[in-house]
Design a protein around this ligand. Structure first.
Ligand code: ADP
Length: 257
C-alpha cells in the first residue's frame, strides 16, 4: 500500500511538473549593485503565448537569458518544463528554443548549411528531414541556398525562428522577434509565431501593443526589474477600465514627473 502511495505521489508530482511550462519564483539578477531583475514570479502554461512587456531597460532580456540558462541567476528559482535552470541547464536547453534580441546569426553561412550546423549541435538523428521540415515550416524554401547575410530582415527572422525550433522544443523564448520589420514582414512573422503557439508555450517580448492584443493569451508587464501586472488581456482591460493596452502600459511604467 505504501509503495502504491509513493508511486501515485511521484506520478502526481511528475504530472504537475508537466502542467506548467515555465515557473518563476522570486527570480533576481544583480549587475554589480544594480537590481536588473528583482524577485519576479510568474508562470506560463502549455499552448499559450505570454507577452512579456516593459520599457527599455526593464529587465526583459535579462529574464529571458536566465530562463534559457544563458546567464546565471543571482537569487530565486525558475523551472522550464519541470527542470531547474541552474541544476538542470542541459535539460532546460533541450526543451527551450531561443531567439535572442537582434537575432545574431552567422551571416557568412548559407541558410541550409546553418540549419544543418545548429541541428548537429543538438545531435538530431533525423537531421536531413528535420532541416527540410523547418525550412518548409518557416517559409524559407526559396531562400535556403542564399547566404544569411544576403537575406532581408524578415527572412533573417525566419532563419532565427527556424534555428529556435529545429530541436522541436516545448517552449519558445522570443526576444523582440518583430522589431524592425516592415508591415508585411510583421504580419507574416506574427502569423508564424501564432501558429507555433498552438503547440508550444511561447514567451514573447515586444514593444508593439497591437501585437500583444492580436496574439498573446497572457500578459506580464515588468518595470525597473519588478512585475507590475500579470493577467490576461481581458482581465487587464477590465481592471483598468480601458479598451486598449497602451494606456495601461503607460500608466504602469511611466516615470514620475
Ligand atoms: P530590457 O530587455 O527590458 O530592455 P535588459 O534586461 O536588457 O532590459 O536590461 C536591464 C538592466 O540591466 C538595464 O539597466 C541594463 O543596462 C542592465 N544590464 C543588462 N545587461 C547588463 C550587463 N551585462 N552588465 C551590466 N548591466 C546590464
Amino acid at each position: 500500500m505504501g509503495g502504491l502511495l509513493i508511486k501515485m505521489y511521484s506520478f502526481g508530482f511528475k504530472f504537475n511538473k508537466q502542467v506548467l511550462s515555465i515557473s518563476v519564483k522570486a527570480l533576481s539578477k544583480n549587475y554589480g549593485s544594480q537590481k536588473a531583475v528583482d524577485e519576479i514570479s510568474f508562470e506560463a502554461k502549455p499552448g499559450k503565448i505570454l507577452g512579456f512587456l516593459g520599457p527599455n531597460g526593464a529587465g526583459k532580456s535579462t529574464t529571458m537569458k536566465m530562463l534559457t540558462s544563458f546567464i546565471p541567476k543571482t537569487a530565486g528559482s525558475a523551472q522550464v518544463c519541470g527542470f531547474d535552470i541552474t541544476e538542470e541547464s542541459l535539460e532546460v536547453r533541450r526543451n527551450i528554443g531561443y531567439l535572442p534580441e537582434n537575432n545574431p546569426l552567422y551571416t557568412d553561412m548559407y541558410v541550409k548549411e546553418f540549419l544543418y550546423f545548429i541541428g548537429d549541435v543538438y545531435h538530431l538523428r533525423n537531421l536531413k528531414s528535420r532541416v527540410e521540415e523547418v525550412i518548409k515550416l518557416t517559409g524559407l524554401e526559396k531562400e535556403q541556398h542564399k547566404k544569411i547575410g544576403a537575406l532581408s530582415k524578415g527572412y533573417k527572422q525566419r532563419v532565427g525562428l527556424a534555428q529556435a525550433i529545429i530541436h522541436d522544443p516545448k517552449v519558445l523564448i522570443l526576444d523582440e522577434p518583430t522589431s524592425g520589420l516592415d508591415p508585411n514582414q510583421l504580419i507574416e512573422i506574427r502569423a508564424l509565431i501564432k501558429e507555433l503557439g498552438k503547440t508550444k508555450t511561447v514567451v514573447l517580448s515586444t514593444h508593439i501593443m497591437q501585437e500583444v492584443e492580436a496574439i498573446c493569451d497572457e500578459i506580464v508587464i515588468i518595470n525597473k526589474g519588478k512585475i507590475v501586472a500579470s493577467d490576461t488581456l481581458s482581465g487587464l482591460l477590465e481592471k483598468h477600465q480601458e479598451s486598449t493596452l497602451e494606456p495601461i502600459f503607460v500608466k504602469l511604467t511611466k516615470e514620475p514627473n
